[in-house]
Design a protein around this ligand. Structure first.
Ligand SMILES: Cc1cc2nc3c(=O)[nH]c(=O)nc-3n(C[C@H](O)[C@H](O)[C@H](O)COP(=O)(O)OP(=O)(O)OC[C@H]3O[C@@H](n4cnc5c(N)ncnc54)[C@H](O)[C@@H]3O)c2cc1C
Length: 535
């Protein structure tokens, strides 16, 4: 048995971030991770001999600049580079759209001058709102508390701060914000734009990790969620971490260890110890007991409360509600080793477009059909695929002259209908994804010399992502902000004393942000100071 101040369940990027902040403040911190490597969904692994890739999360933008600074990630080896183009959308009719690096308006104007102006207006609108929402990222949302104690006073002050931030938006911007939180992306985009590719450019962000039609209410928020980020100070753009996403979490692990954090891998937690209504430590799969004053969970909240915390220790209504926590983002993830770069019919040969997020989903109607199909059959006959070829920006991933690509495929059913198993259909669906790319870039299939396919079931087995949910729970209004993971627990504190949430199932949700880890650390440090002040 060992004993420490803090034990963190999971060494995902948020667990590592939380650990580093707590240890920097002087607490003794241990992190226990079920996998062989740290990083959770932000890892780089060799998936085919000689070929490495970010095997799950694959592109960076949301990682908070304050977290980068505070943990000195650059000094710990992190280097993030910008793509030479942001997005490339080829269409089967031979037209295409290429955005980023000053070329978006011109590229859109070739399709529609109306949409070129609309693009600038809508981008400005999103950016203004994202600017304000960024101020919510590194603070706990208002939390609902019962009674009039110290907690209520703290929350009252917090809510005033929130109101002050929102006051910076004009009335018209507040109306836009309400639209973005509640409406469908599809409706909003149809009102503004006339060309399919421009609608698809924004619409794709509304269905990433969101198993829903782009016409589903609330999908506009998911689109906004993807606009919060920045790379090297440039807002709203996406980039690449040299060495892959694992370079981020390796730098975080170095930062944490530098402050004295002990990190143990192949150390899965079997159970959270609860004594007298208080979390008091964890028991590992190998039987080791670690006692701690603070137990912090980096795992999906449903996994924590339905598999690790003994049911009898939880309030019945809390347990009933967390069992209804909605997981399942409907994503299928592939890593492919390539003997050559693809050449797209719509824009043949090499070029900056091969460094972009290449979106193969040419219209909102296509995305809607993909979702309908997946509901009926388990996957769509014409799937939505985003391809990224990080080796065009980073020569550490593949042998010289060869490449690696990520295929991030949306709209497969988290669970297949009629009792079918993903184990029986993995290869068939992987073939379909490759054939889909091949339709836009003939010869692609022949260039694939190695591949890894991760179904939603594989994402759950390998990374602990229940239902394959990439965000630890859907980004729907009833699971966001003060309701993440539940009204009354948005302040990173669980229903048991001494138990905290630091993963993507807490505000502000999924993505490689570091924000839940940072915010949870602040809540724990505040409780720790209060404890010692009261002695
Ligand atoms: C396929 C895919 C693509 C994505 N693409 C992007 C992207 O390009 N950009 C982006 O910003 N975000 C992306 N995301 C989302 C993002 O990666 C996640 O939201 C984020 O990494 C989650 O981080 P986390 O630290 O909260 O949790 P995780 O990374 O899920 O970490 C939780 C950790 O807990 C461990 N664990 C689980 N159970 C136990 C246990 N019983 N005991 C001990 N440890 C346990 C897990 O092994 C894991 O290491 C993607 C996610 C996926 C899956």
């Amino acid at each position: 048995m060992t004993e420490t101040d803090v034990v963190i369940i999971g060494a995902g990027h948020n667990g590592l971030t939380c650990a580093a902040y707590l240890a920097k403040a002087g607490l003794r911190v241990g992190v226990v991770e079920r996998r062989k490597v740290v990083g959770g969904a932000a890892v780089t692994e060799e998936f085919h001999p000689g070929f490495r890739n970010s095997v799950a999360a694959y592109t960076v933008s949301l990682l908070n600049p304050q977290v980068i600074r505070d943990l000195r990630l650059a000094e710990h080896g992190l280097r993030i580079v910008e793509r030479r183009a942001q997005n490339f959308l080829p269409s089967p009719d031979g037209s295409s759209l290429l955005t980023g690096e000053g070329r978006s308006a011109q590229s859109i104007a070739r399709l529609s001058t109306h949409d070129a102006q609309g693009f600038l207006d809508f981008s400005r609108e999103l950016e203004a709102i994202a600017d304000v929402l960024r101020q919510f990222v590194l603070r706990a949302p208002p939390n609902l508390v019962e009674g009039f104690g110290a907690g209520a006073i703290r929350e009252g002050l917090g809510a005033l701060g929130t109101a002050n931030i929102l006051r910076k938006l004009s009335l018209e911007q507040q109306r836009d914000l309400l639209d973005l939180f509640t409406r469908s992306a599809g409706e909003m985009l149809d009102e503004r734009f006339e060309t399919d590719l421009v609608k698809a450019l924004f619409g794709f962000d509304a269905i990433v990790g969101n198993y829903a039609s782009p016409y589903a209410a609330g999908s506009a928020y998911v689109m906004l969620h993807h606009a919060f980020g920045e790379v090297n100070g440039r807002k709203g753009v996406w980039g690449h971490a040299i060495g892959g996403m694992g370079a981020i979490t390796q730098a975080m692990a170095r930062a944490a260890r530098g402050h004295g954090v002990g990190i143990e891998t192949e150390a899965g937690v079997r159970e959270v110890i609860v004594e007298k209504g208080r979390a008091a430590g964890v028991i590992l799969d190998n039987g080791t007991t670690i006692r701690a004053r603070y137990v912090v969970s980096n795992v999906n909240p449903k996994l924590l409360y339905t598999r690790l915390v003994p049911a009898q220790a939880l309030p019945a209504e809390f347990l009933a509600r967390i069992r209804r926590w909605r997981n399942g983002s409907g994503t299928f993830r592939m890593n492919v080793a390539l003997s050559a770069l693809p050449s797209f019919t719509a824009l043949p040969g090499d070029g900056d477009h091969l460094t972009a997020g290449i979106i193969l989903a040419p219209s909102l109607g296509y995305m809607d059909r993909a979702w309908q199909d997946a509901r009926d059959l388990g996957w769509s006959r014409q799937p939505v695929v985003e391809m990224l070829i990080p080796s065009t920006l980073d020569d550490t991933l593949a042998p010289k002259g060869q490449h690696v690509a990520s295929l991030f495929c949306q709209h497969v059913a988290p669970e297949l209908p009629e009792g079918k198993s993903w184990d029986a259909h993995r290869d068939e669906v992987a073939d379909l994804m490759i054939a889909t790319v091949d339709r836009y870039a003939p010869g692609f299939a022949a260039s694939v010399i190695g591949r890894q396919a991760l179904t939603p079931l594989d994402l759950e087995r390998e990374f602990g992502l229940l239902g394959g949910d990439i965000f630890h729970g859907a980004l729907t209004l009833n699971q966001l902000f003060s309701a993440r993971p539940m009204l009354g627990h948005a302040d990173y504190r669980g229903p048991l004393k001494g138990l905290y949430h630091c993963g993507s199932g807490a505000h502000p949700g999924g993505g490689v942000t570091g924000a839940p880890g940072h915010n949870a650390a602040q809540a724990i440090l505040s409780d720790h100071r209060a404890l010692f002040a009261s002695r």
